[in-house]
Write a protein that binds this ligand. Sequence first.
Ligand SMILES: Nc1ncnc2c1ncn2[C@@H]1O[C@H](COP(=O)(O)OP(=O)(O)OP(=O)(O)O)[C@@H](O)[C@H]1O
Length: 376
Amino acid sequence: MTATTTTTTPNPDPSGAPGLSEPVGEPPLLEVRNLTVTYGGGADAVPAVRGVDLRVEAGQKLGIAGESGCGKSTLALALLRLLPATAKLTGEILLDGEDVLTMKWGRLRAVRWAGASIVFQGAMHSLNAVHRVGDQIAEPILLHSKATPAAARKRAGELLEQVGLPAARAQAYPHELSGGQRQRVMIAMALACDPRLIVADEPTTALDVMIQAQILRLIEQLVADQNVGLIMISHDLAVLADTCDRLSVMYAGRVVEEGPAAEVYTDARHPYGKALSAAFPRIGDLSSRHAPRGLPGDPPDPAALPGGCTFHPRCPVALDSCDTEDQELRDAGPERRAACVLVDVDGTHVDSARPDAKGVNAGGAQPGDDEARSTS
Ligand SMILES: Nc1ncnc2c1ncn2[C@@H]1O[C@H](COP(=O)(O)OP(=O)(O)OP(=O)(O)O)[C@@H](O)[C@H]1O
């Protein structure tokens, strides 16, 4: 995608996300401002994404974590306006400073694949079973460039080699490849038009751990070599912490915590971030103190969100006021933000010992139990 004018002054950072330096005069690669996505309308409206701000620079890897149903895939699809017509979007999605939400269709077609491309989960379902994978990789090249069919096929072979497969595998049909190989094909396809941003939605979920590690290292290598931006979406906080620079944790359609990936994983500020982190085992420490612990209860139905802080019904440290008072993201230490009334501006941890804490879910993840997560 061609960068739009860079003569304007830098956009102020509405998310306030610190630590993301922006070259003077250059808009960030991706800036999402106050994005909302609502499926349907009236009494049946489902607010799947609610006021999300994100920012990704070239070469940066942002992880988006959260339980099933928190709006991760909706957010990913919204970035390229790939949602069904029932979805209503508001806010801004600025790709190189150009708003995806107000683009004309012709421009949007050009931006898809070339400006940003998506690697979906479940390559078997995303690839067309009756076409050779080389032809499927060549297709966006033919659509987005003046390449001849022969040149596009040659490029497809090169892309396969780039993702660690022999060029000759271009002749294979999806069912002739292993799950890991198919996911490599998906990544090759995503790279076909030299995008500036790659959105990877659960790219390794269906793979065994060995192949998962290979695919993650491949994605990391490609981001470094080609200086693209990466948004990686996963329910697996450990995978994101291992792969990404920064992490945003979503709950009920909103970002409730963000910061450097390793810090959010080992020392989350928000009770939900803490609970999500505590749900994953720490490699190398299998003592009972570090045993993974689940979070009782389920995320709320987006069509019937609880009042106040949407996490309060599951929160082990909720105060009475959390039933009615919602929280915006607030500073929670250097380069950290969290949407919790108990987070102090200086980043002091959630204080689970407050006398007015209601102490629900006493058997679940205990946010005050930081020690258990700080030694990995
Ligand atoms: N086409 C749709 N019409 C109505 N509601 C939808 C539609 N797609 C998703 N939703 C709802 O929007 C909410 C967010 O769904 P989404 O798939 O974005 O979550 P997710 O975090 O990606 O979950 P998962 O990890 O299970 O894919 C859910 O409540 C879901 O039921």
